[in-house]
Design a protein around this ligand. Sequence first.
Ligand code: BES
Ligand code: MN
Length: 453
Amino acid sequence: MLNQVLDYARTQRDRYLQDLLEYLAIPSVSAQPEHARDVKMAALWLSEHLRDAGLRAEVMATDGHPVVYAEWSGHDHHRPTVLIYGHYDVQPAEPFELWQSHPFQPGIRDGYIYARGADDNKGQHLAHVKAVASYLRCEGTLPVNVKFLIEGEEEIGSPNLGKFIAAHHDLLSCDCVMISDGALFTLTQPALTYGLRGLAGFEVQVRCLDRDVHSGHYGGNVQNPAFALAHILASLKDAHGRVTVPGFYDDVRPLSEEERRAIARVPYGEADVMRETGALQAFGDPAFTVNERKGARPTLEVNGMWSGYTGPGSKTIIPATAHAKITCRLVPHQQPEKVIRLVEEAMRAATPAGATITFSEERGTPASLVELDAAEVQAAVRAAQATYGNPPFYVLEGGSIPVVHEFQTQLGKPIALLGFGLPDDNIHSPDERFAVACYEKGIEASVRFLAEL
Ligand code: BES
Ligand code: MN
């Protein structure tokens, strides 16, 4: 039965690929209000495809972008139920000029599908949809009950999903959750994630003047907010990149020697960081390795900053204000609210005379660790081994998937985090891509997971 389903999926590869290309052409950028209609279009597109696959599907309202929910109408109470989560929203594609092809005119080059959202996350969750579609077309039934929850706000921190889950507890009841929103090491080396970092973010405004003024008329006599902000930001880290905010590391989970040894076995290091990013060197707290810093240490980063005139030519002003967007990656046991408070206090304390500092847009999501020995997670391990030829490495992921914490606190069921992408798929970057082979292997892994379950 398993092989028949896999064979059937192979006969459908061209159609499945065309479907993904069509899905990727919808610019469902959740962060940008001008794309609100496209976000809705993507939800409708997906719900139709889930219906085509043989599921009952609906687009459900939230206080933000809608959620797509689907379930198999043959639901059998004697079988386990898996809830498959993904997100149909994508990151902004800017800067467009750095893309080799248009981010929303997907094309295939050298075995890769290039488009915003190809890896993160349309290609990955559509692989699960196609696995279920193959099963139902081929066998007329599924080996387990399947529900899909595909949201439209993951890339903006899932601000409304916690409330949605709370309001639809029965609808979402399940025995385990499957999430594919990460990467393999290579097509022959899968990875199972057992930890994700959290996130705590805010925006900062520094103001020194009522309005932009002539830099000759007033230069030398007033504080410049861009300098004030630079001074404040520079005070938050030492030369090695260690965060100097008092209390910042207080709640960080210490690594046991055993875990450090396990992490050291993962073949990823400074050379990989340099090759993947073009960085001149790896940079970070010298007391920890690359893998430790990625998964088990918190960070403080500036994601954007602006002040004054940035158009062509020159404009001789002293700007009135300076701004930055700041986020910290968190590790287990750190509380987002506390980290935000500590960093804001340190910034307030470092604010020079002549400048006022204010904060806004505070938001956060805690880190999570998932149980690896749950039977359902081990089903994913066997599916990965059979699909990719090797047992998965167990890894701590540096990114965040806010819903994981919500699922843990509200559903309390095991979560399998099995990514289908590759590390150099350029997620959140220009030329995001997803290998055709990753899509097809993802479908295979999903079919095998359902069978193993
Ligand atoms: N797919 C990523 C999370 C991820 C990144 C997993 C790298 C594995 C490797 C997800 O779509 C994402 O980007 N999440 C955001 C969440 C944030 C907006 C709260 C992130 O990590 O920045
Ligand atoms: Mn993302």
